[in-house]
Design a protein around this ligand. Structure first.
Ligand SMILES: [Zn+2]
Length: 306
C-alpha cells in the first residue's frame, strides 16, 4: 500500500486516541477493526466537503457485489473491497469514508440487539419518493461515536436518544443535512450573531422511538427525523449552559432567538435552493429551550411560531 503515509497514520492515531474505550467495555473486535488509513493522492474531490466546505465524512452503500465504487476510484481495488471506516487525509484535513449496512440487514425491526422498528415505506402500499425507505444504516460503535461528520458535528450528535446501553447503535444520516446545518451556522455568524456552535437536540429518530411521541402536539408519524435529513437545533455560546443563547441580545431567551436562527436557515435556502426543506420554530418548555427544526426534504415547508 504505497499510499499509506506517516501523516495519514498520525491522523489515524489521533482519531483512535480521541475515541477512548470505556473501562470494562467489551473487548471483542468491533467491525471498525478494519479501520484503515490512507493519504489521498491527488487531493480528495472538493465535492466531498459539501457546499459549506466543512463535511468530514461520506457514507457509502456497497454495490450488490460488495464493492465500494467510490473507494475503488479514489484509492484502488483493495480499498474498494474493504467495508468499514477508512480514514483519509489530504491538505484540507482528515476525512472519513464510512460503509453503511444495507437496509435489508434490519430483520424484524432490529439489527442485532438494537431496536429500530419499521419505516412507513415498509407497510403495504407504503410511501415512495422522499418517504421511501433509507438505503442503509451507519453502524455506530462506542469507538467511532465521536468521529467527526463535519467541522462541528460528530456521529454521536445525531443518534436516537434511547437504548443507552445497547451498542452498536444504528443511524440514518444524510450529508446534505449536515452541510445545511454548517451553512446555517456560518450564516448566523455572518449576520453578526456571536454563537459558538449549533447543538443538535434531536437528529435521527428510529421509527420505533418516533412512534412513542406521535400524537397531539407531539411528533408526526412521517417525521423527517426517521430519514436522517432532519435535526432540531439551537445555538449556544461557548462556556455558557447547554441551552439556546440570547442570540438577538435583548436580555431574554425566547422565540425571537429561534426566529433569528430560522431566518439564517431561510437565507441558506435562498442561496442553495437544492437544500430546501422544512423549517419549524418551537417555543421553550421546562425540558428544553426554544429550538428550530431544519430538514432537507426537497420541498419547502414552514410551521410553528414564525
Ligand atoms: Zn424536528
Amino acid at each position: 500500500m504505497p499510499w499509506v503515509t506517516v501523516a495519514a497514520l498520525a491522523v489515524l492515531a489521533g482519531i483512535l486516541a480521541a475515541a477512548p474505550m470505556r473501562p470494562g467495555s467489551d473487548p471483542r473486535p468491533a467491525p471498525e477493526a478494519a479501520l484503515a488509513a490512507v493519504a489521498a493522492r491527488p487531493a480528495l474531490p472538493d465535492t466531498l466537503r459539501g457546499r459549506s466546505g466543512k463535511l468530514r465524512a461520506r457514507f457509502l452503500l456497497p454495490a450488490r457485489d460488495g464493492s465500494i465504487p467510490l473507494l475503488r476510484t479514489l484509492f484502488g481495488d483493495s480499498a474498494g473491497r474493504r467495508p468499514g471506516v477508512l480514514a483519509a487525509a489530504d491538505s484540507a484535513g482528515p476525512f472519513h469514508f464510512i460503509t453503511v449496512r444495507p437496509f435489508t440487514d434490519k430483520v424484524r425491526g432490529r439489527i442485532g440487539a438494537y431496536a429500530i422498528g419499521n419505516f412507513p415505506g415498509e407497510r403495504p402500499g407504503g410511501r415512495t419518493g422522499a418517504y421511501r425507505n433509507p438505503d442503509g444504516f451507519v453502524e455506530v460503535t462506542e469507538r467511532i461515536a465521536d468521529l467527526p461528520v463535519s467541522r462541528q458535528f460528530r456521529l454521536r450528535d445525531f443518534l436516537t436518544h434511547d437504548q443507552a446501553r445497547v451498542w452498536p447503535k444504528y443511524l440514518v444520516l444524510r450529508e446534505p443535512l449536515v452541510d445545511k446545518l454548517e451553512l446555517v451556522f456560518d450564516e448566523l455568524r455572518a449576520m453578526g450573531v456571536a454563537a459558538g456552535r449549533l447543538r443538535v437536540m434531536s437528529g435521527f429518530r428510529t421509527p420505533q422511538y418516533n412512534a412513542q411521541g406521535v400524537g397531539a402536539g407531539g411528533r408526526v408519524q412521517d417525521s423527517r427525523h426517521q430519514y436522517g435529513d432532519a435535526a432540531d437545533v439551537y445555538a449556544v455560546v461557548d462556556g455558557a449552559r447547554d441551552w439556546m443563547a440570547d442570540l438577538n441580545r435583548d436580555g431574554r431567551v425566547d422565540l425571537r432567538d429561534a426566529r433569528l436562527l430560522a431566518s439564517a436557515a431561510e437565507r441558506v435556502e435562498a442561496a442553495h435552493p437544492e437544500l430546501v426543506g422544512g423549517i419549524g420554530i418551537y417555543p421553550a418548555t421546562s425540558a428544553h429551550g426554544p429550538f428550530v427544526h431544519i430538514d432537507v426534504r426537497g420541498t419547502r415547508a414552514r410551521w410553528g411560531a414564525w
